[in-house]
Design a protein around this ligand. Structure first.
Ligand SMILES: *[C@@H]1O[C@H](CO)[C@@H](O)[C@H](O)[C@H]1NC(C)=O
Ligand SMILES: *[C@@H]1O[C@H](CO)[C@@H](O)[C@H](O)[C@H]1NC(C)=O
Ligand SMILES: *[C@@H]1O[C@H](CO)[C@@H](O)[C@H](O)[C@H]1NC(C)=O
Ligand SMILES: *[C@@H]1O[C@H](CO)[C@@H](O)[C@H](O)[C@H]1NC(C)=O
Ligand SMILES: *[C@@H]1O[C@H](CO)[C@@H](O)[C@H](O)[C@H]1NC(C)=O
Ligand SMILES: [Zn+2]
Length: 504
């Protein structure tokens, strides 16, 4: 019997089960002790890298760093000079309408501030899951182009499997295409400090962020803010100008207890507290008008009754398949490529009138931008929001580890334009004024590019409360915006908005 792809790390509700008969038996649960060891080793290596980088810098001489800094406008907090500096924080799974619950006062207060910017919401890319979207935010590329097409996927050219919770795999640069913002920054003479962002531990294009902390969990959000401040307090020539941090608590609560739970409310209070603490920490350094801060999320969360399951073995013989990946979707890799057309046709007939659709990779709707990569399975079944694909074995297994706390759980990964999948985007700092980028003309503000082409599905967008709230946009636009804020030349990407025009 093929076994799904779980380890004991999946103590939360399992997010993405993965049927992988060939490799699953090789995976051993990682003990917390060995995790700590690894973290220490990584930190040591990072420290070493930083020391080496710094000595090279020192060798090149202070003058060069000063010269570089003086070619751009420095900002002062009264006592210290700062280059253009951006902090990016991701609250995983923070659905756009969570902001309307009235329990996130610090985020809400941004709406009334002079130097703030808020999008009504931000569209994730498809599939609306964590690794593809964090890497889209970092690169401005659709998942089909940057290559992180799921949290776990098979690459038929490499004949290898990517799995997001295996840090030996995620540290391997071969998986990560495109150029993430921290690499763009480092290549253009900036330093980056990255705390737990997916992809940051791989030397992409041979470049690691100067300061790097590998993923570990749980770490209190306030501790992450303190880490950012430690970096900001470094002297000018060693201080990173691009800082990023990743906060998973809202996603964890959403999966385990569903979006409408008290536990999600608690996690929102925790996230908002971190925002308040960050703002206070910046204010204590007189940096409120010096440092730009962007808060966003990767996707939303849908409420899913525990029994809205589509069992795969009722639809196709599992013995015909090598792999099933992509929960809540079902991405199918037939054992024999010659079976693909037959399996697809049988599924197509069975999908009529059901709560799911099936596509051959090349026929996946163009608006998903999810066809042009060998890592996308040849057959992809996409459920309606509220439904999930499982094999019975996967289902039992996931419930073994979930501790089964609730009849209704939280799931994401669906159609990226569904309202439940919407992410947040808010920012404040010297580059923003009255809901706009400083100096930018009204006609170059964001438009809902996806929504314009494909009218949003489901209920109409919620009311826009104030004029400072901008129309929604797609998360491929974020990379260009970050480049603009930092004064960097962006790498080729899928962003379309003219963020940088007519500014400064
Ligand atoms: C705070 O920074 C501003 C410039 O952003 C400066 O004008 C002001 O003097 C600073 N305040 C203090 C107390 O240093
Ligand atoms: C792919 O790798 C597996 C072992 O992980 C091996 O058994 C199989 O033969 C390989 N397939 C090809 C086409 O190289
Ligand atoms: C979550 O917070 C909102 C706003 O206060 C409240 O209306 C809702 O009842 C809370 N949900 C739970 C399950 O406590
Ligand atoms: C300016 O920032 C530096 C570095 O964070 C800090 O040490 C200093 O106290 C700040 N200056 C003021 C006036 O707050
Ligand atoms: C996204 O950008 C990359 C890099 O420029 C390009 O190769 C790819 O074709 C673009 N995708 C779309 C859908 O435009
Ligand atoms: Zn996520």
């Amino acid at each position: 019997m093929p076994r799904p792809f779980f380890t004991e790390e999946d103590h939360q509700r399992v997010e993405e089960p993965f049927l992988d008969p060939e490799h699953s038996s090789e995976r051993k649960p990682v003990s917390p002790y060995s995790m700590v060891n690894k973290a220490v080793i990584i930190l040591f290596c990072v420290g070493l890298t930083a020391v080496v980088a710094l000595s090279v810098r020192g060798y090149m001489g202070e003058n060069q760093a000063n010269l570089r800094a003086h070619t751009e406008a420095l900002r002062s907090n009264g006592t210290h000079a700062f280059r253009k500096t951006v902090i990016l924080i991701s609250f995983d799974g923070f659905r756009a309408d969570y902001l309307d619950r009235g329990i996130t006062p610090h985020l809400h207060a941004l709406r009334d501030e002079a130097n703030a910017f808020q999008a009504e919401y931000m569209n994730p890319s498809f599939p609306s899951i964590t690794f593809p979207n964090h890497y889209t935010i970092a690169t401005g590329l659709y998942p089909e182009t940057h290559g992180i097409v799921a949290n776990e996927f098979y690459d038929p050219v490499l004949n290898q499997t990517f799995y997001y919770k295996n840090d030996l795999i995620t540290r391997d640069a071969q998986w990560w295409g495109g150029e993430p913002i921290w690499v763009t920054a480092e290549r253009q003479g900036h330093l980056a400090g990255i705390d737990m962002w997916p992809g940051s531990t791989a030397p992409i294009g041979g470049v690691l962020p100067t300061y790097l902390i590998a993923f570990s969990d749980p770490v209190a959000p306030r501790t992450k803010v303190d880490q950012l401040m430690t970096w900001l307090d470094l002297p000018l020539d060693r201080r990173p100008t691009f800082l990023a941090s990743y906060v998973p608590e809202v996603d964890h609560a959403g999966h385990a207890y569903s979006p409408d739970s008290r536990q999600v409310n608690d996690s929102l209070v925790l996230a908002d507290d971190a925002v308040g603490y960050l703002r206070a920490s910046l204010a204590a350094r007189n940096l409120t008008d010096v440092v730009d801060v962007v808060y966003l999320s990767d996707h939303g969360m849908a409420s899913v009754p525990d029994d809205q399951i589509i069992y795969l073995e009722d639809l196709v013989g599992l013995d015909l398949l090598d792999l099933v990946s992509g929960y809540p979707l079902a991405g199918l890799w037939p054992k024999h490529a010659s079976d693909t057309a037959r399996i697809y046709e049988a599924l197509r007939i069975q999908s009529a009138g059901q709560r799911w659709a099936v596509y051959l990779r090349e026929d996946i709707p163009a608006r998903f931008h999810y066809a042009h990569n060998d890592r996308i399975p040849p057959i992809v079944c996409i459920p309606e929001v509220g439904w999930t694909f499982y094999t019975r074995h996967q289902y039992d297994h996931s419930h073994l580890y979930s501790g089964k706390v609730s009849k209704t759980i939280g799931v994401h990964g669906y159609d990226n334009l569904d309202p439940t999948m919407r992410a947040i985007f808010l920012a404040h700092g010297p580059s923003f004024h009255a809901g706009k980028l400083v100096g930018q003309a009204a006609d170059s503000q964001p438009q809902d590019s996806a929504g314009a082409l494909h009218p949003p599905i489901g209920p109409a967008p919620r009311d826009v409360e104030t004029a400072t709230i901008q129309p929604p946009f797609d998360n491929v636009e974020v990379y260009n915006l970050l480049c603009h804020l930092l004064g960097l030349t962006p790498s080729a990407n899928n962003g379309t908005l003219a963020w940088a025009s007519r500014v400064e």
